[in-house]
Design a protein around this ligand. Sequence first.
Ligand code: FEO
Length: 393
Amino acid sequence: MNTVLTDNVFWVGYIDWPVRDFHGYKTVRGSTYNAYLVVDEKTALIDAVKAPYAAELLAQIQARVPLEKVDYVVCNHAEPDHSGGLPAVMRACPNATLLCNAKCKDALARHFDTRGWKIQVVADTEKLSLGRRTLQFFDTPMVHWPESMVTYLVEEGILFSMDAFGQHYASGFRFDDESDMCEVMQEAKTYYANIVLPYGRPVAATLARLGGLTLKMVAPSHGVIWRSHFGRILAAYQEWMVCKPARKVVVAYCSMWGSTRAMAEAVAAGAQALPVEVKLINVDATHDTQIVTEVMDCAAFAAGSATLNMGIMPRMAATLTYLRGLKPQGKAGFAFGSHGWAAKGSEEAARYLDAMQMKPVREPLACRFAPDAEVLEACRAAGRALAEVAQRA
Ligand code: FEO
């Protein structure tokens, strides 16, 4: 495995092949926690790994330099998938000074007992010489935590971009041009939709600020390093950060006895009358990780729920709660569903869509028990209305 970024700059992270859950995000291709080592007159470790894998990180560092030679440990981000290994690193590297911004210093102190650590707070744009080469730090607040920061290796043109441009993607390859780019881009999209989506404005501000840097490599804290195809992920970020809609309709449903499913199929059929992409999703059989990835770039969305115990189906409530938190922007939509004696499922679904500021294409479409021909025709008409919105995207 090639772990050399350039002369004396190494990947020293951990490949988490089996992980399938990342605080609810289903990581179907595993993940990596990327850490990097810059060996110069002074040696700097950029970020750490999850706590259980600190020993592997230390072994990789030791394969390059003795631990006593680690002068700096940069913490770009306090989330435990990168900071969890810091206590072990700071214990094992007696001469290391931890470099982070002021917010990160506070966050680390609330995660760990940092009282014995040498910590040097670095300011936005501050530079630090390692000898022949220079680190420069840029605060990137809310991409995606308040203390988030990236580190630039000036002379090499390498940006250690922390979570930005990352992918939950376990691979024996460390670089984009060694990898299956379809898989990489799919995982980058899934990562953006599930982690970064609410932070479009901070992402835009960060891209504008860092746009003047010479970038030969962008090395995120998850997944492959961008050295040949950065233009592809940058172009994708410019679309994702504004939730740019594709000509796509998503119809998600949760049924009890098939009536809401029949309505959903009629909505999808109506949408398919026009030349747009249509995705019909049974939320009982589809993980929210995948659903939000589909919704992120759709133009129009329909949510269908049967009524259970005078409320929305719990599985649909979970999906819509997840979507609402991730704040997909600029969608049109409507809610629908079958019920027995009160149309609570479709009404509650409509409230979620309102909370996401989805522009209603019609009022909730409710049906008592099984849909008849008139209801199914109304569903097809509503689907066509969604597709007309998508066609204009
Ligand atoms: Fe990969 Fe926000 O931690």
